[in-house]
Ligand binder design. Structure first.
Ligand code: 4AD
Ligand code: MG
Length: 432
């Protein structure tokens, strides 16, 4: 019996007879030879069925296999004659495990994005999607490795919450046994409690925004990683964000070079992601935009296009600080030197990707915080627990949130975030 192996391990079995199990990805052939591209999740390999190597019935059957047939195939592993490090299978026999009951809807021809999104559950079987999902998995692994390796404790934040963290306008509301609960917009408030308990913490999970935005950067459900650190100031927050991003990009470049190549990513741009990142104040961002003829004045928030323009002016991520307090969340501490500005920072990714990180220093005074909760029209009762953090040993602290999908879109060089998450949830999409 031939040993069952995965395609990624074929290199360990050169000249041996093995069994592969997978699906037919593509096939072509001539009178004497059939090339079957087989995928098994770990890779794709070409199996060569020669009319002289198999019996007639097998050869005939090979000609008529349809795309996505599940099969088991036995053959001898050979190194590719022209591409060292790549392998082929000289097929001896195969068994059909399951024939598709209908013609597979996704063919190698071009399909529109809506069609592909409607078939997202099948689209995931395509090469490009394999590459993107592998990069995403690598980014997630890099995030965890970074924090786990730097003294952070992973603390999970709840998804049902009574609190608005990032403002009330983008909350998904749900019935919670007769009470109102919201789907979490951010785990931050809980990470602040956890930072008071454990010092350096992070959470990573899905977060939800009922934004009516239909842009290439917005998902209704996206994954965010949020570190929070006791006794850290804005400078420390920026340094952490910088070191963290550098480590993620370096790890993806090292471990996912093949995937980036398949995605035709210009990796020289990613090689630039080294410290120090340029740091500018919001006001300089406004000046930069005005210098390019854009109608922006102090006090305006940056839109996606503005971020693109600012980010395009730098060859690596740029950190923007000191936004107007008026346009920032209730919890953000104001600059004691000039209260017009918030001690917040955003990191904008280069090549026009825009904001991938938002964060800053949190207001630690109960009195000031109460004022902000009122100003923002938030219900005081829902924040009683959060206010306790300012009552019992209040402490300076800061943190940030990184959007996983925007980061993956940037690293992969994708225009839109929709392909960076297995099953995107967007303004007009809740299916599949
Ligand atoms: O800037 P945001 O709203 O910051 C917060 O939620 C803070 N509470 C985080 C913190 O300090 N702990 O969101 C953080 C990041 C953004 O920079 C962006 O990368 C991503 O989350 N993000 C989105 N990604 C996809 N779709 C959306 N609708 C997103 N909204 C934010
Ligand atoms: Mg933000």
């Amino acid at each position: 019996m031939a040993e069952y192996v995965r395609i990624e391990d074929l290199g360990k079995h050169v000249d041996q007879e093995v069994e592969l199990r997978g699906w037919l990805y593509n096939s072509r052939g001539s009178k004497k030879i059939q090339f079957l591209e087989i995928r098994d999740g770990s890779g794709i390999v070409q199996a060569i069925v020669g009319s002289r190597d198999v019996d007639e019935a097998t050869f005939e059957a090979a000609k008529h296999l349809s795309q996505e047939t599940a099969l088991s195939i036995v053959g001898t592993v050979k190194e590719h004659p022209k591409r060292p490090g790549e392998y082929e299978l000289g097929a001896k026999s195969f068994a059909v495990l399951a024939e598709p009951t209908e013609e597979y809807p996704i063919t190698p021809k071009e399909h529109g994005v809506d069609f592909l999104m409607d078939h997202r559950h099948l689209w995931l079987r395509s090469k490009r999607q394999h590459a993107i999902l592998r990069v995403r998995a690598e980014v997630v692994a890099a995030i965890r490795a970074y924090f786990d390796g730097n003294g952070f404790i992973n603390v999970d934040a709840p998804i049902f919450t009574p609190n608005a963290c990032e403002g009330t306008s983008t909350l998904f509301e749900t019935d919670y046994h007769g009470d109102t609960a919201y789907l979490s917009q951010s785990g931050q408030l809980y990470m602040e409690a956890a930072a008071a308990a454990l010092g350096k913490v992070y959470c990573m999970g899905p977060t939800f925004r009922a934004e009516k935005s239909k842009t290439r950067r917005h998902l209704a459900e996206f994954w965010m990683v949020e570190p929070e650190v006791a006794f850290m100031d804005l400078e420390g927050d920026m340094n952490l964000a910088e070191d963290f991003l550098v480590s993620i990009v370096a790890r993806v470049l090292k471990n996912r070079a093949k995937e980036l190549e398949l995605l035709e990513r210009d990796t020289s741009k990613l090689e630039m992601v080294k410290p120090p990142f340029p740091r500018i104040r919001y006001e300089e961002g406004i000046q930069l935009l005005q210098g390019k003829g854009i109608d922006k004045k102090i006090g305006d928030d940056f839109g996606g296009e503005d971020e693109t323009i600012i980010a395009e002016s730098f060859d690596r991520p740029v950190i923007v600080t000191h936004y107007p307090s008026a346009i920032k969340a209730f919890y953000m501490k104001r600059d004691p030197e000039d209260e017009r500005w918030a001690l917040g920072m955003d990191v904008l990714a280069p090549e026009g990707y825009g904001e991938i990180i938002g964060g800053g220093v949190r207001e630690e005074s109960l009195e000031v915080l109460d004022g902000r909760i009122r100003e923002h029209g938030l219900p005081m009762e829902a924040f009683d627990w959060y206010r306790d953090l300012r009552k019992y040993g209040t402490f300076p602290h800061a943190g940030f949130g990184l959007g996983v999908e925007r980061t993956v879109a940037w690293i992969c060089g994708l225009k839109h975030v929709r392909e960076t998450i297995p099953f995107p949830r967007m303004l007009n999409r809740l299916h599949p």
